[in-house]
Write a protein that binds this ligand. Structure first.
Ligand SMILES: *[C@@H]1O[C@H](CO)[C@@H](O)[C@H](O)[C@H]1NC(C)=O
Length: 239
């Protein structure tokens, strides 16, 4: 799902700006260093766009609601020649901060609209642009569901979707949309309609392993979650 900034939300942003702030904790449970990044949607206040997490380290970020944006992570990064680049999830900014640039797919995305309709936060894990690392999202609000994509989809990724690093290891698994850029996989053109664009044999590989995550653009029914605005969130990579 692409984040949609509705005109009403834009107005609400102007009206309620600064009314509430959610605390996001981003944790690295991977056995290696990672570099999470964020992208803020149009009309939302920017937050820290990139940072480094050693294994088991975590970082908290205050996010003013209403806010729309995404979290993802990069790994196998280096700063050779003073230019920061990553084998997986790179945002091509040349720095640890992504500065508004999104990650180059395939990348697992955690998407938020904080302070949305009916006093709710909306969130999901999206594999619409493919997968690069497992991730989970835990709201601290009462009766709010944790969303998890814990499977390592890189192992068992079909060869036509695989992205390999310089060591030959699989560092990401493209969605069929990213790999083939065809309307029936991207739900574009004649397929830009939920009644026409259906799961594919490729999207089903992702859905089988991560049933709570978006596996294609119109996977809303089983992949969008809500929590009353005011919750704080824990994002864990390699949960
Ligand atoms: C998916 O289906 C296409 C044709 O519909 C076929 O070419 C491809 O091999 C299938 N891939 C997998 C992984 O099942």
């Amino acid at each position: 799902m692409e984040i949609k900034i509705l005109p009403s939300l834009l107005l609400a942003t102007i009206y309620f700006y600064g009314a509430h702030s959610a605390v996001f904790t981003v944790k690295n449970n991977c056995g290696f260093e990672i570099w999470p990044g964020t992208v803020t949607g149009a009309g939302s206040a920017p937050v820290l766009t990139g940072f480094d997490l050693a294994p088991q380290a975590s970082k908290t970020i205050n996010v003013p609601a209403p806010w729309s944006g995404r979290f993802f992570t990069r790994y196998q990064c280096s700063n050779a020649g003073n230019k920061f680049t990553c084998v997986s999830g790179d945002c091509a900014s040349g720095q640890i901060e992504c500065n508004g640039a999104g990650a180059i797919p395939p990348v697992s995305l955690v998407e938020f609209t904080l302070g949305g309709a009916n006093g709710q936060d909306f969130f999901d894990i999206s594999l619409v642009d493919g997968f690069n690392l497992p991730v989970s999202l835990k709201p601290d609000g009462a009766n709010c569901q944790t969303v998890t994509c814990a499977a390592n989809i890189n192992s068992g990724c079909p060869s036509e979707l695989v992205v390999k690093g310089p060591n030959g290891d699989v560092v990401g698994c493209k969605s069929a949309c990213v790999a083939f850029n065809e309307p029936q996989y991207c739900c574009s053109g004649a397929f830009a309609d939920p009644s026409v664009c259906k799961p594919s044999n490729y999207s089903e590989i992702f859905k089988r392993q991560c049933p709570q995550a978006y596996s294609y653009a119109f996977d809303d029914k089983t992949s969008t979650f809500t929590c009353p605005t005011g919750a704080n969130y824990l994002i864990t990579f390699c949960p």
